[in-house]
Design a binder for this molecule. Structure first.
Ligand code: SF4
Ligand code: SF4
Length: 56
């Protein structure tokens, strides 16, 4: 399983800097997680101010 960023994302970029495997990038209107790269550590969810990354 991988984390998924929902539409609450405000594109602050905090999660991208926090991801240990660079699975997060800026997408169209929100940041996105590459499911094949995510190791399910939860760091993105910890730093997100709006709780957008959710366990998939
Ligand atoms: Fe990166 Fe961990 Fe978030 Fe997956 S759960 S996108 S590995 S910070
Ligand atoms: Fe979006 Fe949250 Fe990541 Fe900021 S930390 S870019 S609001 S998912």
């Amino acid at each position: 399983m991988a984390y998924v960023i929902n539409d609450d994302c405000i594109q602050c970029g905090a999660c991208e800097a926090e991801c240990p495997c660079s699975a997060i990038s800026e997408g169209d209107g929100k940041y996105v997680i590459d499911a094949d790269t995510c190791v399910d550590c939860g760091s993105c969810a910890s730093v997100c101010p709006v709780g957008a990354p959710q366990e998939g």
